[in-house]
Design a protein around this ligand. Structure first.
Ligand code: HMG
Ligand code: MG
Length: 319
């Protein structure tokens, strides 16, 4: 079946002031699947990750070493990593397969499976910190400190996530100063990169610009920041473009728009990687991703989940 891609669309039309290249941090196998009620067999997860790598994605967040009762879908991280050995061998250092670790127990499990990159995940709000980590914001940072230190000493790269940067389903608006304070605390622990999460997707471009300006004013430039938008209110692409205009070059997204967070009501799918790549391709920004192969992968995964992909680009390209 021929698609608009076969016709050479999207036509290239660059905009001034945008980066030449964007690194996509693919979160489908982790953020995407963690909220799915259908349990996906571990072999299917491994194939999903291999297909994402084959489509050109070079950072694929693979799993979480959290308490299995908290996120049952990801309880098979120990079984998954050995199945990823062939794809890890095929792409070598080019392919990053990070995993979430909340605490030292999680780090120990990740280290035992040769994971080379981990992420801790904090919250800008107290309510979500309690619900997601069973701790206050300050206690979570204390929990992360030895994780980041030990991981760094072991030669791992550590990413910090910060949730609820643009709105919280229990507390409402979140002060920019609070987001910057907790975000900088995560960087000060030794995280190499900070991903700013719009966990419930309520943020709009003016907020994104204001937050990035405040980080810059406090001495944190866009080179250490990533953006992580959920698309609940259809704002993710507009917010992403705003972040790119402010110098951010790392964007989180999820193949097929899978996703959500089991501990934040009203969090739906992440920005779909296909929708993102369509926009970036149109802007002439290099991602290394083969959109046709990626859309086919998401259509295949939608079959396993028993429902169509919420991504507009996947639907347009595969129907
Ligand atoms: P807790 O109950 O306070 O843990 O949970 P604890 O330290 O009191 O330990 C209780 C028991 O759990 C102990 O076992 C520990 O060994 C065990 P016992 O001694 O009673 O037999 N335990 C573990 N077992 C396996 N792996 C571990 C682990 N840790 C403790 N790592 C905890 C605290 C952090 C563990 C829990 O709250 C948890 O697992 N939370 C994870 C929640 C989660 O994964 N949420 C989704 C990811 S965040 C997200 O999606 C947002 C993001 O996408 C960005 C955005 O969108 O904003 C990143
Ligand atoms: Mg998320």
């Amino acid at each position: 079946m021929s698609t608009t891609l076969d016709l050479g669309l999207p036509d290239r039309a660059p905009l001034a002031g945008l980066p030449a290249r964007v690194r996509i941090h693919e979160v489908g196998p982790r953020d995407g699947l963690q909220n799915e009620s259908v349990t996906v067999p571990v072999e299917v997860k491994a194939e999903f990750i291999a297909r994402l790598a084959a489509a050109g994605l070079r950072t694929v967040e693979a799993a979480s070493f959290v308490h299995p009762k908290w996120v049952p879908q990801l309880a098979d991280a120990e079984q998954l990593f050995p199945l990823l050995a062939p794809v890890a061998r095929e792409y070598g250092d080019e392919l990053r397969l990070p995993a979430l670790v909340p605490n030292e127990r999680g780090l120990d499990r990740a280290l035992a499976h040769g994971v080379r990159e981990v992420a801790v995940f904090g919250s800008a709000t107290e309510t979500f910190a309690q619900r997601n980590l069973n701790r206050s914001v300050a206690e979570s940072l204390e929990m992360f400190a030895p994780v980041v230190r030990r991981a760094t000493e072991a030669g791992l790269r550590v990413r910090g996530y910060l949730s609820m940067c643009f709105g919280d389903p229990w507390e409402g608006p979140v002060p920019v100063a609070k987001v910057v304070e907790v975000g900088r605390a995560l960087l000060d622990l030794g995280c190499a990169e900070l991903s700013l999460g719009d966990t419930i997707g309520t943020g709009t471009p003016g907020q994104v610009a204001a937050l990035l300006r405040e980080f810059a004013a406090q001495g944190t430039g866009p080179e250490v920041l990533a953006v992580h938008f959920h698309d609940t209110y259809g704002q993710a692409l507009a917010n992403t473009l705003t972040a790119l205009q402010h110098g951010v070059t790392v964007v989180d997204s999820s193949a097929g728009g899978l996703g959500g967070c089991p501990y934040a009501k009203s969090a739906t799918g992440n920005l779909a990687t296909e929708d993102l790549v369509w926009m970036l391709d149109g802007l002439g920004i290099d991602t290394g991703v083969d959109l046709a192969a990626l859309a086919a992968t998401s259509a295949w995964m939608a079959g396993h989940l028993g429902r169509p992909s919420p991504s507009r680009a996947v639907r347009a390209l595969t129907h």
